[in-house]
Ligand binder design. Structure first.
Ligand code: UD1
Ligand code: CA
Length: 451
């Protein structure tokens, strides 16, 4: 039987270097609060329990965690070792192993956490930890190894000798311990170091002194160990995460013209042979079908696009665009709008909670709010659906093949029958029967004058 496993996430740091009112682990990163990544990594191990060590005023963090983990409060921030000590009362009976993750290391991937656990199973020993060789080890704990390759100790940057500072293998902040050994070592911690803190990293050397063995698994991808302590590192983590997601989409057959300027959420799906230009954001649960073309400056948030959809410099949120539809430039499609197949929404047009059935066109600067448009409707330039009377929103219904002349206003709620024609510049205040033509302000049935 597999040994029992408990996970602990450290998230009580004040994040002083972030200079923020928001707790560090709640800062958004790649579309999710930073702590999400540690939670996902812990969840990937399927442990019996996940504890999150939080600071004294961390209601927001506790609220965010919900029932995904058990919060344990660290009243005073006395170091990473002290943080883990707060969980010890819950650990004693659990036996097995403990995995410790830092809430500010969001680039470590679930498969790496799983690899560390397997590495520990294979290597044996009291503990195993993750390390990497980095170009700039400044600020990180250095891994001091024995000649046989096992770990001797972790020396924090501020406590390191010149010789130790030259080591470029750093501590990622991800460990697996035999529970009993961790508890024993935590009991011996002292704060006799540069920061006057109880370092979790000191447990390593204690275990070695007791005759134990600790192994370090070095990850080849040094970006996995980036710690986020300030806004610069936050931006760097954001950049790296995006790049990682984009590379995945590239392998799946998506073209990015300027990958460095594109933002893609973890949940976004993109169909093969789609082309994404520069300065594009694909956020939330955005789904693109095959062969879509997303023009520069577009911002899509939980947008669902069918196949062959073209979006030019537009903003689309919580809306659906059917196959072969196109939008923009500068369209704003929002609030649960739905375009069926072959719909054209052109320059400067806004849609809110609007349904346009297949073949309909709204080519130039119109506002269509709270309305259902049938098939093959033509919305002339500058039409406005006046859906709000100052108190309530009203819904309008436009039949198939209706022709709305340029610059007409529809004072909702109105129903316009199939094939009706609204003359340019009309203000429609009443329903229009099927096939009729209305004109004027207010719009009245069109009667041909005798000459
Ligand atoms: C720590 C490691 C260092 C490693 C680096 C990797 C120690 C002593 N040092 O340094 O070896 O290279 O991470 O990024 O562990 N925290 C608490 N309570 C505390 C202090 C910290 O919960 O009292 C949490 C923080 O919220 C953070 C994590 O522990 O998520 C790490 O703390 P931090 O102060 O950022 O440690 P580093 O100096 O980065
Ligand atoms: Ca850190």
């Amino acid at each position: 039987m597999a040994q029992s496993l408990t996970a602990i996430i450290l998230a009580a740091g004040e994040g002083t270097r972030m200079n923020s009112k928001l707790p560090k682990v709640l800062h958004p990163l790649g579309g999710q609060p930073m702590i999400d990544y540690a939670l996902e990594n812990a969840e990937a191990l399927n442990p019996q329990k996940i504890y999150v060590v939080v600071g004294a005023h961390a209601e927001e963090v506790i609220g965010y965690i919900g029932d995904r983990a058990i919060p344990v409060v660290q009243k005073q921030r006395l170091g990473t070792g002290h943080a883990v000590q707060q969980v010890v009362p819950f650990l004693k009976k659990s036996g097995g192993n403990v995995v410790i993750l830092y809430g500010d290391a969001p680039l470590t991937q679930p498969q790496t956490v799983q690899a560390l656990r397997q590495f520990h199973q294979v290597q044996g020993g009291e503990a195993a930890l993750l390390s990497a060789r980095v170009a700039d080890p400044f600020g990180y704990g250095r891994i001091v190894r024995h000649e046989d390759g096992t770990v001797n100790s972790i020396v924090e940057h501020k406590d390191a000798s010149e010789e130790e500072l030259a080591i470029n293998e750093i501590n990622a902040g991800l460990y697996i311990f035999k529970t009993a050994k961790l508890v024993e070592a935590l009991g011996k911690l002292k704060a006799n170091n540069a920061k006057k803190e109880y370092y979790l990293t000191d447990t390593i050397h204690y275990l070695i002194n007791q005759g134990g063995k600790v192994h370090a698994l070095m990850v080849p991808d040094a970006t996995e160990v980036l710690g986020v302590n300030d806004r610069e590192q936050l931006a760097e983590a954001h950049r790296l995460l995006n790049l990682r997601r984009i590379e995945e989409h590239q392998r799946e057959g998506v073209t990015f013209l300027h990958p460095g300027s594109v933002e893609v959420s973890a949940q976004t799906l993109i169909g093969k042979d789609s082309i994404i230009e520069g300065n594009v954001q694909l956020l939330g649960r955005t789904v693109l079908g095959e062969n879509c073309h997303i023009g520069s400056g577009s911002h899509l948030n939980s947008a669902k696009l069918g196949k062959n959809v073209v979006v030019r410099s537009s903003r689309i949120s919580e809306s659906t665009l059917g196959d072969n539809s196109d939008a923009g430039p500068f369209a704003h499609i929002r609030g649960g709008s739905v375009l069926d197949k072959n719909v054209h929404v052109g320059t400067g047009t806004e849609l809110k909670n609007a349904h346009l059935a297949s073949g309909s066109k709204a080519g130039h600067f119109s506002y269509i709010g709270d309305a259902h448009l049938g098939k093959d409707v033509n919305v002339g330039a500058g039409c406005v659906f006046a859906n709000y009377d100052g108190k309530n929103k009203h819904h309008s219904k436009i039949g198939d093949k209706v022709f709305l002349g340029s610059n007409s206003t529809l004072v909702a709620p109105v129903v316009i029958g199939k094939g009706a024609v609204i003359g340019a510049g009309s203000v429609v205040t009443k329903d229009v029967p099927t096939g009729k033509t209305v004109v004027g302000v207010p719009a009245k049935p069109f009667v041909k004058k005798r000459s």
